[in-house]
Ligand binder design. Structure first.
Ligand code: PGA
Length: 252
């Protein structure tokens, strides 16, 4: 059965003290929750990951990375490899966030290489994609999402999908306070599950968790997460405070 996931994307926020503080608060809150089929993930910035890993050790809170480079090692100043992440005990990396695509030139082709490098190192990938406002207005959102998924993931064999989590994040909803309606989210998530079924099979499609991201908050999460094909959320702003983040974990 696919898992429900609440993943906090801390982006470029919080110094080391703030990061460990937030992580401690989340660890303390999560201790009393019955998390049966729910995963709770936090993604601090690279420089603070080790300290947050120490805080989360032994708890149900998982720590993941926001990005990584596709090369094994070498002359890539400022970059981080998959092996560096696994050497810290990390099991998951976010790839393809729209901010990486927009501000750092990450293309589908680069992302396909990153996905391969992550999987080759035993990492699970939370793969992000989503249309910009113009695409939605023009009615192109389904074809845009389909090509993003196809170009970066459809070369994978079926068994690689056990280490893939999908995150649909319409760019117009990220950090804008404007959320896709629960119906819009469900419609897209059902479409995504269908294209994965068509490419692979119902088992792969049924087992993959599909998260929604874009201005999810404690006020709208319950309704969005209640939709059949929405398996949780990738959360930016509301993940930066323990109280709102835990409220999201409790929204299932
Ligand atoms: P937001 O960010 O919740 O602040 O809209 C979501 C994301 O970028 O993953």
């Amino acid at each position: 059965m696919r898992k429900q996931i609440v993943a906090g994307n801390w982006k470029m926020n919080k110094n080391v003290q703030e990061s460990t503080q937030l992580a401690s608060e989340i660890v303390a809150e999560v201790k009393d929750l019955n998390l049966d089929n729910t995963r709770v993930i936090v993604t601090p910035t690279f420089v603070n990951i080790s300290e947050v890993v120490k805080v989360a050790k032994g708890s149900a809170v998982e720590v993941a990375a926001q990005n990584m480079h596709q090369a094994k090692s070498g002359a890539f100043t400022g970059e981080i490899s998959a092996e560096m992440l696994t050497s810290l005990g990390l099991k998951t990396v976010i790839l393809g966030h729209s901010e990486r695509r927009e501000y750092f030139g990450e293309t589908d082709a680069i992302l396909a290489e990153k996905v391969d490098a992550a999987l080759a190192n035993g990492l699970e990938v939370i793969f992000c994609f989503g249309e910009v406002l113009e695409d939605r207005k023009a009615g192109n959102h389904f074809s845009v999402v389909e090509s993003q998924i196809k170009n970066a993931l459809f070369h994978l064999p079926a068994d690689a999908w056990k280490n893939i989590v999908l995150a649909y994040e319409p760019v117009w909803a990220i950090g804008t306070g404007e959320t896709a309606s629960p119906e819009q989210a469900q419609e897209m998530h059902a479409f995504i599950r269908k294209i994965v079924t068509d490419k692979y099979n119902t088992e792969v499609a049924g087992d993959v968790s599909i998260l929604y991201g874009g201005s999810v908050n404690p006020g709208n999460a319950k309704e969005i997460f209640s939709k059949e094909d929405v398996d949780g959320g990738l959360i930016g702003g509301a993940a930066l405070k323990a109280e709102s983040f835990i409220a999201l974990v409790n929204s299932f």
